[in-house]
Design a protein around this ligand. Structure first.
Ligand SMILES: NC(=O)c1ccc[n+]([C@@H]2O[C@H](COP(=O)([O-])OP(=O)(O)OC[C@H]3O[C@@H](n4cnc5c(N)ncnc54)[C@H](O)[C@@H]3O)[C@@H](O)[C@H]2O)c1
Ligand SMILES: N[C@@H](CCC=O)C(=O)O
Length: 543
């Protein structure tokens, strides 16, 4: 179309309340009932074909009621993955030739469908399959995914607007090509929005994608794929393979056309994928772009001037929302003695009072279950170890029950040893380590917490004293990619706090920002000279 088009100005999607009696609550309850009462066939999507993965069957269950099967998938085999790559490559020429505004319209439409008729479906699938409370599902599966889809379009346009200088007689242009080949998106269980963003952001930039969701997020991933189809995404642009990922690593990471990896998950998996790419580096057509966001050991440090109520709420919400299964969750806190004395009993009482259970049946609950048996076993081992360490006192929690669902009570551990593993290791669950320090030791504590963990994802300082805020901001400059002042370290919002961390927490390419989208384009410089020279001699050579 002959026009310079501007895309709609994005706004953050408002979070709905789901208070009893609201229409959104009624719609959600009805959809939970429908999806919870169906065993969904969790097919792969390869080109225009939907079929079950040909490998071993995998059940998707409700984490808070693990006897209840929500759906079944088949582990993708090497043949399945090879066919998904072939479908992506077949779709590539038409997709990269599709004008930006037509590509953008697909994702803007997906955002509007999700804001309207699809909202209850993605929220219900996230509550049932990932055990999120209503509030946690809404900020993730609805609002954050809508924001990713809308804001990325705006960011892509901003990238297109970056153009070089053109002196008289010359027109210089930058063309933003997609990468040559396919992008592999491998996504985690804990955020439906992240799972949706990792394949769609490269696709918006004109790439074709093979997407491998986490098996424990597959119900919401399945409906995300249907949403994209309903929005008009052409077959083959995003191909979804199901299962544990083994065949995906074996085939996709060794394929000559691998152009990029868009990953979110644990450090161990990311290092395995990166190592595989390194081992195959001579076999690719180009150098695959590697973007990976991984774990965290996220801190809250309080100064003696901290408002106790602000600190207490930041710890409760930061550590225990979604059972502590956010990469950003507060899992270590450093509190001066005077402030600790003011909050300890209330903090523990509040943690004990947090409601937990079947979040799909009771929409008033604050917490659900941890994601699966493996996570449950990891938390049990961490709590059992803590019981045997002299420097640790279990102040509250420590109870676990997997008879119906994988329930771990919010647990607060106090330790006099700031080097204990509760301050260094990511448990990814509702376990908060607290170190209490003498009020005069603030600077020493900042220095100690800066280097004790290998991660650099999120952190927060709670203080009223301006100099203390400035000291933490400076001392912890490289300890967190997302740093919060007088707030919890979780809950970043697209367009407001671009998200990601460095050190072992990832490549810090900031999901949902211009910085991320630039990784999915390979720019071409074009110089056109209007009146080209016709004689090779320069004036200094004389005639
Ligand atoms: N920094 C961030 O933005 C961010 C966001 C969300 C989660 N996380 C991190 O993710 C982790 C939790 O997520 P998870 O448990 O799903 O992580 P995970 O590493 O277990 O799994 C992530 C994905 O990798 C796949 N996978 C695992 N082994 C594979 C292999 N050999 N080949 C190919 N794929 C493979 C999984 O099936 C899943 O799809 C935590 O460490 C958390 O901190 C980070
Ligand atoms: N962006 C989310 C965290 C994503 C990781 O799990 C937050 O800021 O809480």
């Amino acid at each position: 179309m002959d026009a310079v088009m501007t895309v709609p100005e994005p706004r953050n999607e408002p979070v709905r309340s789901y208070a009893p009696g609201t229409p959104e609550r009624a719609a959600l309850e009805a959809r939970i009932k429908e999806l919870g009462g169906t065993e969904t066939e969790l097919t792969m999507t390869i080109g225009d074909e939907r079929r079950m993965g040909a490998g071993t069957p995998i059940d998707v269950v409700e984490p808070h009621n693990h006897a209840h099967v929500l759906g079944r998938m088949g582990n993708a085999t090497e043949t399945d993955v090879a066919e998904a790559i072939a479908a992506a490559r077949e779709a590539a020429p038409a997709w990269r030739a599709t004008p930006f505004e037509d590509r953008a319209a697909v994702f803007l439409r997906a955002a509007d469908l999700l804001a309207g008729p699809w909202r209850a479906t993605l929220n219900a699938a996230t509550i049932l399959g990932q055990s999120k409370s209503v509030q946690q599902a809404e900020i993730d599966a609805a609002c954050e995914l809508i924001d990713f889809l809308r804001f990325n379009v705006r960011y892509a346009q901003q990238i297109h607007e970056i153009q070089p200088l053109s002196p008289p007689g010359v027109w210089n242009r930058l063309e933003y090509r997609p990468l040559e080949g396919f992008v592999l998106a491998v996504t985690p269980f804990n955020f439906t929005a992240i799972a949706g963003n990792l394949p769609t952001s490269p696709a918006l930039m004109g790439n074709v994608v093979v997407w491998k969701p986490s098996p424990t997020q597959q119900l919401a991933a399945h409906h995300t794929m249907r949403l994209l189809e309903a929005a008009g995404l052409p077959p083959g642009v995003i191909n979804m393979v199901t299962g544990d990922g083994q065949a995906v690593s074996d085939v996709a990471l060794r394929h000559a056309e691998l152009a990029g990896l868009h990953f979110t998950g644990s450090v161990a998996t990311f290092q395995h994928l990166w190592r595989t790419i390194g081992e195959n580096i001579a076999g690719y057509r180009g150098y695959p772009r590697i973007v990976g966001e991984t774990g965290g050991k996220d801190f809250v440090v309080a100064h003696p001037s901290a408002d106790p109520a602000v600190l207490k709420t930041a710890l409760i919400r930061g550590a225990f929302e979604y059972q502590g299964q956010k990469c950003s969750a507060a899992s270590r806190a450093y509190v001066p003695l005077t402030v600790w004395k003011a909050i300890r009993d209330d903090l523990c009482a509040e943690a004990e009072s947090l409601t937990m259970g079947n979040v799909a049946e009771d929409l008033s609950l604050f917490m659900g279950a941890v994601i699966d048996e493996r996570a449950f076993a990891k938390h049990r081992a961490a709590i059992e170890r803590a019981r045997g360490v002299d420097s640790i006192t279990i102040l509250t929690g420590g109870e676990l029950d997997d008879s119906q669902g994988y329930f771990v009570r919010p647990t607060i551990l106090e330790s006099s040893d700031p080097e204990d593993e509760i301050f260094t290791k990511e448990y990814f669950g509702p376990i908060l380590g607290v170190h209490v320090y003498d009020d005069g030791a603030y600077d020493t504590v900042l220095h100690q917490l800066e280097g004790v963990s290998e991660y650099g994802l999120t952190g927060a300082v709670i203080a009223e004293d301006r100099a203390a805020i400035a000291a933490a901001t400076e001392a912890l400059r490289f300890a967190a990619g997302n740093f919060y002042v007088n707030d919890k370290p979780t809950g970043s919002i697209v367009g407001q706090q671009p998200f990601g961390g460095a050190r072992q927490s990832g490549t810090n390419d900031k999901a949902g920002s211009v910085l991320n989208l630039t990784r999915w384009t390979s720019a071409r410089s074009i110089k056109e000279t209007f009146v080209p020279p016709t004689d090779y001699r320069y004036p200094h050579m004389g005639t």
